[in-house]
Design a protein around this ligand. Sequence first.
Ligand code: ZN
Length: 129
Amino acid sequence: MGRLFVITLEGRFYRCKHCETHLALSDDILSRSFHCRHGKAYLYDKVVNITEGEKEERMMITGLHTVVDIFCIGCGSIVGWKYEAAHDKTQKYKEGKFILERVKLTGPDGSNYLETQEAQVGGSDLDDA
Ligand SMILES: [Zn+2]
């Protein structure tokens, strides 16, 4: 009664570190070279069990993008964002893809990520909000 329908993933997946809701498969990671204000972030082809916020224009390292914040349906915490549109044509590959902030996730092996300083590599984005 009143329970949300939650998709269960199989295999190696990332889950919300607060409520254990499954969010994305390791196999669906497109890039591990993104950054957000909390450190490392991954780009995923698809994620599950999220709701989307309002569209907004956000300036990233790589230019202006139209994004929506995404929230875990289990606990309502913000877990990352989705790229709705990229204004620069070299950034179009991100459209319809999802960023999950690594610090918000528990990894496939049960690992939690602590914020660290790492060299930024190509394809990095920064959430300036
Ligand atoms: Zn959650």
